[in-house]
Write a protein that binds this ligand. Structure first.
Ligand SMILES: *[C@@H]1O[C@H](CO)[C@@H](O)[C@H](O)[C@H]1NC(C)=O
Ligand SMILES: *[C@@H]1O[C@H](CO)[C@@H](O)[C@H](O)[C@H]1NC(C)=O
Ligand SMILES: *[C@@H]1O[C@H](CO)[C@@H](O)[C@H](O)[C@H]1NC(C)=O
Length: 368
């Protein structure tokens, strides 16, 4: 109970404290932002995205100095730290995809409004790369027009899986000199003095979990619960990772840390693709699936990260909180982010004053 109370207080989870600040204003969604696959962007578009991400890491963080956000100094670290703080409440739960959907939308908004980016958040369709003879040759890892490649070989790192050749800090690409002050994992109380971005790219996990036939099989998962298990994985056994953990384990390094995976800007490329996978499932049979929900309210794997169980299932009224990421405390109900073009539209089953907030769409990936 102490655990729940602590987080309830931190996140404004008390039933009376659902704030719907106008963080995403606007009328009905008539001209959605179109999110594109990374390799379909022009070189200029790629570089304007990367420059905006780099810009976020130069702006002062709004959470800097906040007692729950040790180590934060930059705006980029705000998003990382909020994810870290909420990790026990937003993973292995039914509202996992809803929470990350809202996080990405808020990140995209920061890139656009605080760093003069005028595109949409891109996605990385890893299924296009999963069966390459050399996964590391994906354009996403290009040192000039992408996110850079592997980390340096580090024999002391616990290499998660066979065939791994990195584990240390990345040494090329636009983020090679980044220093992140947030401590890894759940650790708090100080600033990380070295904090590079580390990767240990795997040739095995993409073949196991990110294949085109697996993406195609998603839409035949009829219920949200089956879909959630399929995408989010059944357990921490590497055979059962599913495409969420499978994508994290394909990059490894910081990406394999459930708390601080947003250290690596590839986090947003992976999660935006997962969001697209969810959207494709939702629109496959939109009359039934658009507002389908379920799954557990507390983590069904990793217990409750050492806390007591949280009973019940996620619903359309489950609070999705961004904490103080936007400056003011911000929280919506999960149902408000189910329809990605649902801005200002009613949500079935919710009070008529509580409307959808989103306005974006996905362009299809290139055909292989
Ligand atoms: C895979 O490609 C990367 C990047 O081009 C290269 O550094 C690496 O040596 C290649 N690995 C193999 C096994 O060919
Ligand atoms: C990222 O990984 C590096 C290398 O292992 C580590 O020193 C750093 O603390 C990690 N940062 C975070 C925020 O997890
Ligand atoms: C939660 O959902 C699961 C799967 O649909 C179901 O078996 C279970 O009874 C539900 N639990 C509650 C408390 O509604």
């Amino acid at each position: 109970m102490l655990f729940q109370t602590k987080f309830a207080a931190l996140l404004g989870f008390a039933a009376s404290a659902v704030f719907a600040m106008p963080d995403f204003p606007g009328g009905i969604c008539t001209s959605p932002l179109i999110r594109k696959e990374w390799r379909t962007l022009t070189t200029a578009e790629k570089s304007s995205y990367i420059n905006a991400v780099k810009c976020l890491h130069t702006k002062p963080g709004v959470l800097a100095g906040h007692p729950s956000h040790d180590g934060v100094t930059t705006r980029y670290e705000d998003f990382l730290s909020e994810h870290k703080l909420q990790t026990p409440l937003i993973h292995w739960v039914g509202h996992f995809l809803a929470w990350h959907r809202l996080m990405i939308v808020r990140y995209e908004k920061a890139l656009r409004e605080e760093c003069a980016y005028n595109g949409a958040q891109p996605y990385w369709d890893w299924s296009l790369d999963a069966l390459r003879s050399n996964f590391t040759e994906s354009p996403i890892f290009d040192p000039v027009t992408g996110f850079g490649t592997n980390g340096r070989w580090d024999p002391d790192e616990p290499h998660l899986g066979p065939g791994l050749t990195g584990g240390g800090c990345i040494y090329n690409g636009p983020f090679k000199d980044w220093r992140i002050g947030v401590m890894p994992g759940a650790a708090t109380g100080m600033q990380d003095p070295k904090g590079c971005i580390a990767r240990d790219i795997s040739p095995i996990f993409p073949q196991m979990h990110l294949r085109p036939d697996q993406v195609a099989a998603v839409n035949s998962q009829e219920t949200f619960w089956d879909f959630e298990l399929y995408v989010n994985g059944r357990s921490m056994n590497p055979e059962e990772f599913g495409m969420h953990i499978g994508g994290h384990a394909s990059i490894n390094g910081n990406m394999s840390n459930p708390y601080t995976s947003p250290t690596d800007p590839l986090f947003y490329m992976h999660h935006t693709n997962l969001d697209r996978v969810w959207w494709n499932w939702q629109k496959h049979d939109s009359s039934y699936r658009l507002f389908e929900t379920g799954g557990t309210l507390g983590p069904r794997v990793m217990e409750t990260y050492n806390g007591p169980p949280i009973p019940g299932n996620s619903t359309l009224t489950t609070p999705i909180s961004l904490g103080f990421l936007g400056g003011d405390q911000y929280s919506v109900m999960a149902g408000q982010v189910h329809d990605i073009q649902g801005r200002n539209r009613k949500v079935p089953g919710l009070h008529p004053s509580i409307k959808g907030i989103l306005c974006y769409d996905y362009a299809d990936p290139p055909t292989q």
